[in-house]
Design a protein around this ligand. Structure first.
Ligand code: SAH
Ligand code: SF4
Length: 421
């Protein structure tokens, strides 16, 4: 079935492998400081009249207000002179990505539809950001592009023609926004609490495990390794120990397999890595993840084996979407185990989330269980995640026909269920 499906699709429509971003970020007249890197912030302070010799110190102060306290008003930056605050307010804002919609599940999962500016005169863009609380952690799923450079055939985002790369500030801004909505800033803690634990002395922030958001996964919209510099810079802002302070070991970047940038991600980002594998043969992967035609399995797995820092304590997560009758046979499960042999790996089986017009169906639950048993027997623990945020999902499902975007949101919620371990 797989073969004939693949052959007919190849002859009918040659699938193009990559799209180019069609839109660019158009900076507003008064840019926001939120999400800026230290370098960008130093430049902004220079524009506001801070002399070169004071810039490092001022950057450090503003950094604290932006990323430890989460202030939304320049007047709250009390370690800066009134003049400097005024000068900053004239040129810049502290705007966050705009929240177009927020949904909260009974289990605490939250989803935000965020609105980002489009190019001049065009409509605004929307991306999704999802927060998933668990007993021992809280994970935020963020996006790297509006739409996606690639066209995986089972992915709704891939069908979107419009692509815009997010800026580094928009990437880090998602964490800032989520901390706002969750009340997850240092200032939101009762003062007595802060003093009693002496938390402020710890490089200006609470200990990471005390934060509601302890982990970040780049598994929302977009292919992060096709927006490399912005993703790298945005994640560096998020990881900064004097600010948002989410360590790289608590960040996972998911890629469909942009091989040359995997090594680069290891060298320049150093986060945990997830690979959207989804198939165990090139023939099928060429269909599901057309980028495979450019970077086939052999090259992809070679890049994985050489990912810096790989060990049993730092495994690569392989994501595998369960598509009925396409990639879900027990022979596929065994082949998957063979393929990953020797790579310190985790496997996440993701129930396929259908969207209007898709030709795929989610595998039957019994089949997912049988598949997961094969994986489990090979020594991989609990590969299917407990679904989260079901109630919000149901609400989205009811509205599905009303808007394509809601379906994309639904996809993300399902994705959120399946990720992290
Ligand atoms: N572009 C990156 C990260 C974003 S997609 C990547 O592909 O890895 C995050 C994950 O969701 C990927 O593993 C992707 O394959 C999966 N996914 C996409 N569409 C899906 C769907 N309809 N149902 C279930 N998972 C899906
Ligand atoms: Fe892009 Fe990932 Fe969707 Fe593929 S699965 S189209 S890479 S977002």
């Amino acid at each position: 079935m797989t073969t004939s499906h693949a052959a007919s699709e190849t002859s009918a429509a040659p699938v193009f492998v990559e799209k180019r971003p069609l839109e660019r970020y158009a900076a507003p007249a008064q840019p926001s400081l939120v999400g800026m890197s230290r370098e960008a912030l130093a430049e902004a302070l220079g524009e506001a009249g801070v002399p070169e010799r004071q810039r490092r110190m001022r950057v450090q102060q503003v950094w604290h207000w932006l990323y430890v306290r989460g202030v939304r008003d320049f007047d709250a930056m009390t370690t800066l002179s009134k003049d400097l605050r005024g000068s900053l307010a004239q040129r810049f804002t502290l705007a966050r990505p705009e929240v177009a919609a927020e949904q909260v599940s009974v289990d605490g999962t939250r989803k935000w539809l965020l609105r980002l500016p489009g190019e001049l005169d065009s409509t605004p863009h929307e991306i999704e950001c999802v927060y998933i609380p668990e007993t021992d952690r809280g994970t935020l799923c963020i996006s790297s592009q509006v739409g996606c450079t690639l066209n995986c055939t089972f992915c709704h985002t891939g069908t979107q023609r419009l692509v815009r790369n997010l800026t580094a500030a928009e990437i880090a801004g998602q964490v800032v926004l989520a901390r706002d909505r969750l009340g997850d800033w240092l200032a939101s803690q009762p003062a007595a609490n802060v003093e009693a634990s002496g938390e402020e002395t710890k490089r200006g922030g609470r200990e990471p495990e005390r934060r509601l958001i302890s982990n970040v996964v780049m598994m929302g919209m977009g292919e992060p390794l096709y927006n490399f510099e912005a993703v790298r810079d945005g994640l560096n802002v998020i990881a900064d120990g004097d600010g948002l302070s989410i360590s790289k070991r608590r960040m996972t970047l998911s890629t469909s397999g942009v091989v040359p940038n995997i090594a680069r991600a290891g060298a320049e980002i150093g986060s945990m890595l997830a690979i959207s594998l989804h198939a165990v043969t090139d023939e099928l992967r060429d269909q599901l993840v057309p980028l495979n035609r450019k970077y086939p399995l052999r090259e992809l797995l070679h890049a994985c084996r050489h990912y810096p820092g790989l060990s049993n304590a730092r495994r690569i997560t392989f994501e595998y979407v369960m598509l009925k009758g396409i990639n879900d046979s027990l022979a596929d499960a065994k082949a998957l185990v063979r393929l990953l042999k020797g790579i310190p790996a985790k496997i996440n089986l993701i129930p396929f989330n259908p969207w209007p017009g898709t030709k795929y169906e989610c595998s039957d639950w019994e089949q997912i269980e049988k598949f997961s048993e094969v994986i489990f027997a090979a020594g991989y623990a609990s590969p299917v995640r407990t679904p989260r945020g079901r109630d919000i999902l149901a609400a989205c499902g009811q509205l599905k026909s009303a808007s394509e975007k809601l379906s994309a949101r639904e996809r993300l919620a399902l994705r959120a269920m399946a990720m992290t371990d």
